[in-house]
Design a protein around this ligand. Sequence first.
Ligand code: GLN
Length: 456
Amino acid sequence: VQACLTAIEGAGALNAFVHHTPELAMEQAEAADARLKAGDAPAMCGLPIGIKDLFCTKGVPSQAGSRILEGFIPEYESTVSQQLLDAGAVTLGKLNMDEFAMGSSNETSVYGNAVNPWRRGNDDAALTPGGSSGGSAAAVAADLCLAATGTDTGGSIRQPAAFTGITGIKPTYGRCSRWGVVAFASSLDQAGPMTKNVRDAAIMLEAMCGHDAKDSTSVDLAVPNFEAALTGDMRGKKIGIPREYRMDGMSAEIDALWQNGIAMMKDAGAEIVDISLPHTKYALPAYYVIAPAEASSNLARYDGVRYGHRAKLAPGDGITEMYERTRAEGFGHEVQRRVMVGTYVLSAGFYDAYYNRARKVRTLIKRDFEDAFAQGIDCILTPATPSAAFGLGEMTDADPVAMYLNDVFTVTVNLAGLPGISVPAGQDGQGLPLGLQLIGRPWEEADLLSSAYALE
Ligand code: GLN
């Protein structure tokens, strides 16, 4: 814990930790020492981790990367972070992220972006750690903590994991409680671990999962021993390779990465099967209707009364001016764009044309996966991202769709509620890490982790 605290002090330039809590960490570390001495050490006893700023943490500022939550210090701990504390983990502080988890580069954060510890060859230009869980990814990759929590609505665990050479798993929707996690798009959001390898992911995921009466969408299912399931033995397993994921303009490097992953799976004994997921091309547009729709509703609560920031009012201003000014000052550009898109697609005149149609597409995407699994496919192998980490400032606010394309391989998994994992599996021509994604059957995280282990 001390080594991590020292590393955090020296890594200000990465802007990964946005609040760090050394006294709290040392208290927790001493309690962990006492448990170890008493022979009562739980699974994560004394292990130093970071928590994404989207999780409410008792007594510790929790801003979701937004100005509108300035000064908000929760009175309660999110279920997932509480479960990690119960498992003995030591929390070092809060990690940078895109505002309300909307983004793929960390550049929408009120704290300014986190920085990827990797560089392109000898080039000094700073790269994005990805987003939205970019602070978590940068912190784990730079050894500021052993592991971190992330959340994934459309790829926010898997894309930053791929960009920084670490492992990240988004479990099946309902595996982890969302209670105390600031809501972005409630039907898509899931928490998950971001770690240095698959074994750590298995150990940490087990601590994070489980039924929670405080989240009606959390499932009452036994949590398996994920670590014990790690064999990496692929004999008798079928890995699906979806042809629609071979996108136009896919780079030769990403294609080579994918082929290499297929070869590794064959070597481990798996049977490789070509499959079709015909509605893949509609996933991104459906996601960028559904996620903003849910966000516009979830973000209605930030009204200048209940939490955080409130704009200064002039004499004669009423409640409408307070709402308007507070939200104009408190939300950044990307969040405002999503609220406007979301409100539009939910409006009476456009609800059927956009929101309802996107929901139908979502059902078709889910059925594509169900059909593949009905053919006996165990896991689906795809690239995690269309490229390696890109330069900070390279994609601008003027072209949001270019940024949205980062999520082309990951959003399908959230729309279908499936578990997905990104594992580091190679490098591009300039030495930057690249990730492969494995998509599993619902509730089969144990199997998914074991297959990912075969790629390590
Ligand atoms: N990049 C996607 C978005 O901006 C996904 C974000 C996420 O998974 N939280 O919506």
